[in-house]
Ligand binder design. Structure first.
Ligand code: GLU
Length: 277
């Protein structure tokens, strides 16, 4: 078993991250497997080195250890370019110059990750890519290139369910996702994440339920890049007193803040509903 915790250093870790990291770490230890930490720092406009350092400090304070070296995605852009070229050669990506405003004006629905892209630029070919364009995955074309229906196993303890990914799932949850961001040219989250889960041989992905809507398209991408599909566990979310999901901007629940106030790792476990060690 190989599990991973894959935070983005765009803000301080909060209780929800602690819960996710502890689950992934403990699952690997119980199975005598491997726990990896991966730094998903491809959004060059938002990552900050001090947040990366804080990730190492917070996790070490919680009593975790992980394999070295840590994979920092910003050190591996050439890998993601290679994956993009592979998709481009097969006619699976297209350039897109749409702004948020254009997408919104086209009546796009809101999905987890911003708007569900309604395919405005889908007719464009890579030959006509302009500097600054985003690159998007053509989901419909992708579905024609795989032989069997994509699926994944959701494993919540003793409960195992197989989920089949339908064209409708993909179209309504995310639409044609961005694989390379516009302007900065940074590889986008889905591409780097799916690529690295495959490269690192991750067998079990343990992450919050908030990412559930993004799993179908990631499973499709795994199939298109000829990567195995891990088993998933989308865990419950840690919420604030009013039942709202914690966000990185909500610094009041930052681990560093509890630590500074004298909390112990066991206090954190209690706050997220985990048994004491
Ligand atoms: N880097 C992503 C985040 O911080 C996590 C991705 C994942 O666990 O698949 O939200």
């Amino acid at each position: 078993m190989i599990t991973r915790f894959a935070p983005s250093p765009t803000g301080p870790l909060h209780l929800g991250h602690a819960y996710s990291a502890i689950l992934a770490h403990e699952q690997a230890i119980v199975a005598d497997g491997t726990f990896l930490l991966r730094i998903e720092d491809t959004d060059s406009t938002r990552v900050r080195p001090e947040y990366e350092q804080a990730i190492y400090d917070d996790l070490a304070w919680l009593g975790m250890s992980w394999e070295q070296p840590v994979r920092r995605q910003s050190d591996h852009y050439a890998d993601y370019d290679k994956a993009l070229n592979n998709l481009a050669k097969r006619g699976l990506i297209y350039p897109c110059s749409c702004t948020r405003r254009i997408i919104q004006d086209a009546g796009a629905e809101t999905g987890h990750d911003g708007f569900v892209y309604p395919g405005i630029c889908r007719h464009r070919s890579m030959a006509d890519a302009q500097p600054g364009d985003a690159l998007r995955l053509n989901i419909a074309a992708g579905l024609t290139q795989i032989k069997t229906k994509p699926s994944f196993i959701e494993n919540a303890g003793s409960d195992q369910t197989t989920h089949f990914v339908s064209a409708e799932d993909l179209e309504t949850r995310t639409g044609d996702i961005v694989l390379r961001r516009k302007d900065t040219g940074d590889p986008a989250y889905h591409l780097a994440c799916v690529h690295d889960d495959g490269l690192q041989g991750i067998t079990h992905i343990i992450r919050g339920q908030d990412l559930w809507p993004l799993t179908p398209v990631q499973v499709l991408l795994q199939r298109l890049l000829d990567l195995p599909t891990p088993t998933y566990h989308h865990h419950r979310l840690i919420t604030d007193d009013r039942g709202r999901r914690l966000a990185k901007v909500d610094r009041s629940k930052a681990l560093a803040k509890y630590r500074a106030e004298g909390a112990t790792p066991n206090d954190i476990r209690q706050m997220v509903g985990l048994p004491q060690t």
